[in-house]
Design a protein around this ligand. Sequence first.
Ligand SMILES: [Zn+2]
Length: 280
Amino acid sequence: MQWRGLRQSSNVEDRRGRGPAKIALGGGLGTLVIVLIVWLLGGNPAQFLNLTDNPEATGTSAELPANDTLSQFVSVVLAETEDVWTKIFETTGMDYRQPKLVLYSDQIQSACGFSSAASGPFYCPGDEKVYLDLSFFREMQTRLGASGDFALAYVVAHEVGHHVQKLTGRLDEVNRLRGKTTEKEFNKIMVRLELQADYYAGIWAHYADKWKHIVETGDLDEAIRAAGAVGDDRLQKQSQGYIVPDSFTHGTSEQRMNWFMKGYQSGNPSDADPFKDNSL
Ligand SMILES: [Zn+2]
C-alpha cells in the first residue's frame, strides 16, 4: 500500500506500555484479589482502584516508540476511513462522528470492561473507540499467514465498520435482541453483523483505491487472506489454543471474502445488506 505522506488522523491514542495490569501488580496480591472480585461481580476495578489516567502508569516508551511505522500507518488508514464515511454520511444528511482508535499492549480498560491483548482487535460502542493491539496483528501474521500492511488496514476498516453500525443504529437493534431469541438464532444475527462490517471494510477499500490509488496489485489478495484468516473455519483448523472470543460469530472465510468483495465492487453501503440476505 502506498500510504506515506498521506494525512494522519488525530484520533489515535497510543496507550501502549501502560495499563491497569501493571499497576494492579504493584499493589500486591491483596489488591489483585480485590480487583478480581470486583471484576467477577461485574464492576469496574479501575474505578475501585482509581487507576484511570494515573500519570505513573506511563512507561516503557523507549521499548515502544510512540510514533513508529505501524502507528503512523494505522493513523493514515483511520484518516482514510474518516474521509470515506464523512462523505458517505453527508449524502444522507447525517453527521459522521469520528471514532477514536486506541493502540494498547497487554491489557486495556475501556467502557466495555477489561480486555487483554489475546482478545484481538475490538470496537467498544460504549466509548465509540476501536481498540487495537498491534502484537495481535504480528501474531496474526506469523500464526495465520495473513501478511502485508493491507491486512492490517482491513482490520482497522472492519472495526470502523462496527462504529458505522453504531451510528446507523444497527448495533442497538441487535443488542435489543440479546436474550430474547435462542442462542443459535442470535449467533446467526452476529454473523450478519460481522459480514456487514466486512462489507463496510470493502466500501473503504473501494474509495481508498478510487481517490488515492493506494491499493496496489496484490493488496486485495492480502485483505482477502486476512478476512479468511480470521474466519471461523480457518481459526479452528489452524490455530490450536489460540482464542478469539467472538470467532464463532464471524462467519466462514468464504462468506467474509464474499462480503468484503461486494463492498469493494459497489462502493455503496446500502447496495447490499447481510440482514436481508436469506441465504445466510
Ligand atoms: Zn467484527
